[in-house]
Design a protein around this ligand. Structure first.
Ligand SMILES: Cc1ncc(COP(=O)(O)O)c(C=O)c1O
Length: 426
């Protein structure tokens, strides 16, 4: 992006060889080697790593490098490297996500991406936003705030009666019957952090496309996704998913720098998203200096919130995408699923445990939710921590469950330990 580098007004200086450094290490094959990249305390088992990421070594090193550069000579480090480093983030992100870099808006989190999306997406007075009952707080709250500000109407639909028996057919049926002629936005969540359900996003997108085929462009449904628990756990590219927008923080499953995220938009839908926070893209600033509105500003650049950022983190996002690419998206997905399946099978065999996450890999990813008879979810999580040094979490929803996330920092032996620990509770 001709981003804040252009704001600084000075042409970028030669490369600091970030790419050369990243690729010098080559592919990462062994899971022990992957785990060794993290400084996580080995005396604990970390099953909540997906909530907020620990940084692997290449990301830590990049953050250190940029912090030292900024602390040593802030102005010149910015002037010399800002344009190039932001471009590297977009390049690495595009390569990892299977997207065009011009379609990526850089944000600070999923929440920021959803906030600017639902706050700014163009809606006529007679159009509505339909969300689902299964989305997390930022989706619902962004839509509620939008309604409060503009009077936009919204409602929520339920996609399945019971997560334990849900099927793709039931979900698709709920989508088809849940939207109406005035639905302009359908807001869904890729992997539900309430239950671990992974939605069949591609099939939902296809169902929406069928409905859209009979509509004028301005009346078509725009499919927007909170993708945070899918991106970094699942191998699908953003274009495979077939949605129109997907927002995700890169500080969870991607183990990217804390305080970073991305909003991707389908090129044909970007024009429907109107920015809320002024971008620092140089083309926009230049237009302002010249006294006119920006022209030819790519929509994703316009949607990238401006202001100076914690750039040592933002720029290290390139290393996070490269780290995932070096392991390989499919291998990450296979590992996350293998561990989650092992865990689900173990839990399903315990008499007093109710497993809520679907066993089917087509309807689940790396989040596994369960309850233990005779214990509240909080008690389960507290006992796992106190007695076994196992870090799990409680789902932050009205209906609470105990939750374990199996990620690339975990091993099959750790999963066995978790099953044994939960068995001992029962
Ligand atoms: C489904 C879902 N969306 C969004 C978030 C928030 O993500 P971020 O920290 O990137 O805003 C969470 C959890 O923190 C989540 O579970």
């Amino acid at each position: 992006m001709a981003g804040a580098g252009a704001i600084a007004g000075i042409a970028p200086l030669p490369s600091i060889s970030r790419k050369a450094a990243a690729h010098a290490h080559g592919p990462l094959f062994g899971w022990t080697a992957v785990r060794a990249q993290f400084a996580l305390d080995p005396s604990y088992i970390h099953f909540s790593a997906f909530r907020f990421a620990s940084h692997p070594k290449p990301v830590r090193d990049a953050i250190d490098r940029h912090r030292r550069g900024l602390d040593r000579n802030t102005q010149l480090y910015m002037d010399d490297h800002e344009f190039e480093l932001e471009q590297a983030v977009l390049d690495s992100g595009a390569a990892y996500l299977g997207a065009r870099q011009v379609d990526l808006a850089l944000t600070d989190s999923t929440t920021m991406g959803l906030g600017i999306l639902y706050g700014g997406i163009a809606l006529r007075a007679d159009q509505e936003i339909v969300a689902t009952e299964h989305d997390f707080y930022p989706t619902h709250e962004a839509i509620r705030l939008r309604a409060e500000r503009t009077g936009a109407s919204s409602r929520k639909i339920r996609l399945f009666a019971d997560v334990r028996t849900a099927t793709e057919a039931e979900i698709l049926d709920s989508v088809r019957t849940g939207v109406g002629p005035s639905t302009r936005v359908l807001a869904i969540t890729y992997v539900h952090s309430s239950t671990g359900m992974k939605l069949p996003v591609r099939a939902i997108a296809d169902a929406v496309a069928e409905i859209n085929a009979g509509r004028l462009e301005d009346d078509q449904i725009i499919l927007c996704v909170d993708g945070v628990h899918g991106i970094g756990a699942e191998a699908a590219s953003v274009t495979d998913l077939g949605c129109d927008f997907i927002a995700f923080g890169s500080h969870k499953w991607l183990f990217g720098p804390r305080g970073t995220g991305v909003l991707w938009g389908n090129p044909s839908r970007w024009p429907a998203a109107l920015a809320t926070i002024p971008t620092f893209d140089g083309r926009s600033l230049q237009a302002w200096i010249e006294g006119h509105d920006p022209t030819n500003l790519p929509p994703a650049a316009a949607m990238t919130p401006g202001g100076f950022h914690s750039f040592e983190h933002r720029w290290a996002l390139a290393e996070a995408f490269d780290f995932q690419s070096r392991i390989g998206k499919q291998r990450v997905q296979d590992r996350v699923h293998q561990l989650a399946t092992q865990l689900k099978q173990g839990l399903a065999g315990l008499g007093n445990v109710t497993l809520f996450t679907p066993m089917a890999e087509s309807l689940s990813a790396g989040i596994v939710c369960f309850s233990v008879e005779g214990y509240t979810p909080r008690e389960v999580v507290d006992r796992l921590l106190a007695d076994f040094r196992i870090i799990a979490s409680v789902t932050p929803y009205a209906f609470q469950l105990a939750r374990i996330g199996t990620s690339i920092v975990n091993t099959p032996a750790e999963v066995d330990q978790a099953v044994a620990a939960i068995a001992s509770l029962t």
